[in-house]
Design a protein around this ligand. Structure first.
Ligand SMILES: [Zn+2]
Length: 169
């Protein structure tokens, strides 16, 4: 019992100290705002695994002075449908459009399993180093599109030429 009581006392001290440390924050004008996410910007809606893997990779890239951000991550079905319609208009046929954009029921952006990153230097860094976090470039024709495609520290699978060459899910 004595041990339990000591632990409880220690816990109370820690909690009190933590509250005291947090106190100055609660007095700032932004006290009502939600605490900042620990995840990288624009990871909302991604699978937790992808959000965490990208966050870790982005931290490392930024620490090395490499610019890297997400241009497009999770997309709603409506957003993807609009992109698909644009693609059909731009490329003239479904088979041509599929090289660059997939309909909502096939896009890994809709399921939160893909990110399009920028700028090019950051994407090149991620292509070299992403495998350490399980992140791989998917397509030969899209230098910006990455997915979780391997276990951390294991090589990425071979890229496919474009999205139309990927087996339908
Ligand atoms: Zn993409």
């Amino acid at each position: 019992m004595a041990v339990v009581r000591t632990l409880r006392t220690a816990g109370a001290v820690v909690a009190t100290t933590a509250a005291a440390l947090l106190l100055p924050l609660t007095t700032t004008p932004t006290a009502q705002a939600a605490p900042p996410s620990l995840l990288a910007p624009d990871t909302e809606g991604l699978t937790p695994q992808l959000a965490i893997a990208y966050t870790l990779a982005a931290h490392e890239a930024h620490a090395a002075g490499v610019p890297l951000w997400i241009n497009s991550g999770k997309r709603s079905r409506a957003e993807q449908a609009a992109l698909w319609r644009d693609g059909l208009r731009t490329y003239g046929s479904a088979s041509a459009a599929r090289r660059w954009v997939l309909p909502p029921n096939e896009s890994t952006h809709v399921t939160g399993q893909a990110i399009d990153v920028a700028p090019r230097a950051g994407a090149a860094w991620l292509q070299r180093n992403g495998f350490r976090y399980g992140l791989c470039r998917s397509f030969d024709n899209e230098w910006w599109h990455f997915e979780l495609a391997t276990l951390p520290m294991t090589p990425c699978p071979p890229r496919v030429p474009d999205a139309s060459a990927r087996p339908r899910r």
